[in-house]
Design a protein around this ligand. Structure first.
Ligand code: GLA
Length: 391
C-alpha cells in the first residue's frame, strides 16, 4: 500500500486556497521482527520500516503558527509555535499533541521554526502496534526541517521525536519506533543496539515475506500498562544493583544473576525481568538465522518471543494469541508473534513467499470465523526511512 502523494497534494490545495505545496515529507510505520520491550532497557531490537506511512504536504507561512489539516480525523488545527510548552500530562492524547510535541522538541533543541501549512494523510492504522504515532512525529520533523531549512539527521531527529513522546505526550517509550522510521533501509530489517545506537542492516531473504496480522483490537490500556511493565523491571533492577553496582540496565543482567535475587522480588517483577533478559538475546540470533538461511530456527525464535510476551511480560491478548496460533497452523508459516507494545494491535508472521496469498486468505477467514470481524491481514514491503518526495 502507501498513500498516493496526489491525494495529500489535493488535500493541501483544498485547505489552503488552491496553493500547491512546495514539499511532501513521508515517514513509514514499522513492524518489529523480534526484540520486544527491550529498547527501553538499552537492549537489541530487529525492526523494519514498512510500506504503510504518513505523508505531509507542507509549505511556509508568514506567521508563527502551524495550520494543520488531518484527513484521518477530518479536523483542522492551529498550533501556535510561540506558546508551546509541556502542559503536564493529563487526559487523553490528541493527534495534535504528536505534532505540537515534535515542534516543541525541535524548539528545545535550539532550532528556529518557520510557520507552516500542512496536510497530513496516513495509511498506518492507529493504535494497531505499527508505530502510527512515531511515524507521525518523524514525518512532522521531516516536514518542519525542510520547511525551515534545518539540516536533516535522522538519528538526531529520532531522539527529538522520542523526547516529544516522553516529555510532551507523556508515554515513556523507547527509541525503536522513531529510529527505524527515520533510518529504515529498503529490503532490510535493522539490528539496532539501543544503547550505542549502532545499526546493522539485515537483508530480508527474497523467499521470505513478513505478513502483518492486525487483530482489529485497538489498544486502550497501553499508557498505564506499558509504564507498569517498565516499573516492575525497575524494581528487579534496583535489587540487582544493590548487589552489583556496575549494572546499568537489564541489558547487563544474565539469567543466573536474576535467579540470585528471585526471592527478593515479586513473581511478577521476576517474570518481567526474565522476559527482557531472554528476549534481548533473540535479535542477534534471528539476524544470524537469516544470514545462514535457517528459516526453521528463525521461526522458533519468533514463536519463543511470543510465548515469553504472553506468559512472562503478559502483554498479549486472546486475539493476538488466536491469530498467531492460526498463523502457525497454516501452510508456509515458519513462526508468528505479536509485534509492538501489545495489549491489542498486530502480530506478524514469517511466511515463505510462494505461500503468501493462500496464507492471507486462510488466516483472514479462520480469524473472522473465530475472532472479531474487524482486523486485516496483509503482506508488507520493507522500505526506506523518512524522506522528502519530489513534488
Ligand atoms: C512501543 C514503544 C517502543 C517499544 C515497543 C515494545 O512500540 O514505542 O519504544 O518499547 O512498544 O517493544
Amino acid at each position: 500500500m502507501s498513500v498516493d502523494p496526489a491525494e495529500v497534494v489535493n488535500d493541501f490545495r483544498q485547505a489552503f486556497n488552491g496553493q500547491s505545496p512546495p514539499l511532501i515529507a513521508r515517514a513509514p510505520g514499522r513492524i518489529n521482527l523480534i526484540g520486544e520491550h527491550t529498547d527501553y532497557h538499552d537492549g537489541f531490537v530487529l525492526p523494519a520500516a514498512i510500506d504503510r506511512e504518513v505523508l505531509i504536504a507542507a509549505g511556509p507561512r508568514d506567521d508563527q503558527t502551524l495550520q494543520v489539516l488531518a484527513t484521518a480525523y477530518n479536523e483542522h488545527a492551529t498550533i501556535d509555535l510561540r506558546t508551546l510548552r509541556v502542559a503536564g500530562v493529563a487526559g487523553k492524547t490528541r493527534w495534535t499533541d504528536y505534532i505540537a510535541g515534535t515542534a516543541w522538541a525541535l524548539g528545545e533543541a535550539g532550532h528556529k521554526l518557520v510557520g507552516a501549512n500542512m496536510a497530513v494523510r496516513s495509511d498506518v492504522p492507529i493504535g494497531a502496534g505499527l508505530a502510527s504515532s512515531a511515524c507521525l512525529e518523524m514525518a512532522v520533523a521531516r516536514a518542519l526541517c525542510a520547511n525551515s531549512g534545518i539540516p536533516w539527521d535522522a538519528v538526531v531527529m529520532a531522539k527529538l521525536a522520542r523526547k516529544a513522546e516522553n516529555a510532551f505526550v507523556g508515554v515513556q517509550c523507547g527509541i525503536m519506533d522513531q529510529l527505524v522510521s527515520g533510518i529504515g533501509v529498503a529490503g532490510h530489517a535493522l539490528l539496532l543496539d539501543c544503547r550505542s545506537l549502532t545499526v546493522e542492516p539485515v537483508t530480508m531473504p527474497v523467499d521470505l515475506s513478513v505478513v502483518v496480522m492486525d487483530t482489529g483490537i485497538r489498544r486502550t490500556l497501553d499508557t498505564t500498562e506499558y509504564a507498569a511493565r517498565r516499573d516492575a523491571c525497575t524494581v528487579a533492577l534496583r535489587v540487582i544493583q544493590e548487589r552489583q553496582a556496575n549494572i546499568r540496565t537489564l541489558r547487563d543482567v544474565d539469567l543466573p544473576l536474576l535467579e540470585s535475587i528471585r526471592q527478593k522480588v515479586s513473581i511478577a517483577a521476576f517474570r518481567r525481568a526474565a522476559h527482557v533478559i531472554a528476549e534481548n538475546a533473540r535479535p542477534v540470533q534471528l539476524a544470524a538465522a537469516f544470514t545462514i538461511g535457517d528459516w526453521q530456527l528463525a521461526g522458533k525464535l519468533i514463536n519463543a518471543s511470543h510465548a515469553s510476551l504472553r506468559d512472562l511480560y503478559e502483554v498479549s491478548t486472546p486475539e493476538l494469541d488466536l491469530i498467531t496460533d492460526l498463523a502457525k497452523d497454516t501452510a508456509g508459516c515458519y513462526g508468528a508473534r505479536m509485534t509492538g507494545a501489545g495489549f491489542g494491535g498486530s502480530a506478524i508472521a514469517l511466511v515463505t513467499s510462494d505461500a503468501v496469498k493462500s496464507f492471507i486468505s486462510h488466516v483472514s477467514a479462520a480469524y473472522r470465523a473465530k475472532g472479531p470481524s474487524t482486523g486485516e491481514v496483509f503482506a508488507c514491503q520493507l522500505v526506506s526511512g523518512a524522506s522528502i518526495l519530489s513534488v
